[in-house]
Ligand binder design. Structure first.
Ligand SMILES: *Cc1c(COP(=O)(O)O)cnc(C)c1O
Length: 236
């Protein structure tokens, strides 16, 4: 594929995804602007990121710090926002503070504390989401709902770490309707936490929904959708 057709393809895919987001939001009587599109560029190269950026995309998601860093550095002048959406090892917490504007995958008190210490050290702040595991999948990262409150308590008293909401990576089903109950449960969980008196702005974001199910996630209240394949194509 020549660069020109790559750029055209990505621009067209982005347009299609944005229009699907808009339709899903309107169908749910939501403002389309209340759903942020995070373009997941993991395994894809710099030219893919640059093509998406040229088509107006601002938010990008990566799974791994090491893979993200060269892309973050090479696009520094473009003013992009980078989201870390994969598991973050505690010993990489310090490295993640500068490059990422949102760490979506905080799943332990240890990691929260390391991020807080790293932010203090750099005299900066870092926005985070807490990754929740609603299915009890031992193979995946994420906190069980029962373990959520101690982390939220501590997060609320952090100065460098700013809690923004919850992230969900549900079990995979071909049929997105089967994922709907998980999306709904994340929203209900959030609403219950706010109902118990937690500050709404610390739980505003619900990051859920991927290429094959983001419309359902939006119907259930997603404020961020993480879309890779539908924008960049199938990963090798
Ligand atoms: C890869 C990935 C995505 C994007 O998945 P697609 O099906 O390609 O849209 C979203 N979220 C996480 C956590 C991922 O690892």
């Amino acid at each position: 594929m020549s660069d020109c057709s790559l750029a055209d393809t990505i621009a067209a895919n982005l347009l299609a995804v944005r229009s699907r987001i808009g339709r899903a939001a309107l169908a749910a009587r939501r403002d389309p602007a209340s759903v942020r599109l995070v373009a997941v560029s993991k395994t894809f190269g710099l030219e893919h990121v640059q093509a998406a950026a040229a088509a107006g995309q601002r938010d990008f998601g990566e799974n791994r710090v090491q893979e993200a860093l060269p892309k973050v550095e090479a696009t520094a002048r473009l003013g992009l926002h980078w989201h870390l959406i994969g598991h973050l090892q505690s010993n990489k917490a310090r490295k993640s503070i500068g490059p990422f504007s949102l760490i979506q995958s905080v799943d332990s008190l240890d990691l929260l504390r390391r991020l807080e210490a790293a932010a203090a050290e750099r005299d900066t702040q870092i926005d985070i989401l807490v990754q929740v595991d609603l299915a009890g999948e031992s193979t995946k990262h994420g906190l069980a709902p029962a373990d959520l409150e101690p982390l939220l308590d501590e997060g609320a008293s952090c100065r460098g770490v700013r809690l923004r909401g919850l992230m969900l990576l549900p079990p995979y089903f071909d049929d997105p309707e089967r994922t709907r109950p998980f999306f709904r449960r994340l929203r209900v969980l959030r609403d219950e936490l706010v109902g118990k008196g937690r500050a709404p702005d610390t739980l505003h974001e619900l990051s859920m929904g991927m290429s094959h199910d983001f419309e359902v996630a939006i119907a259930e209240g997603a404020t961020m959708v993480r879309v890779g394949t539908a924008i960049f194509g199938t990963r090798g």
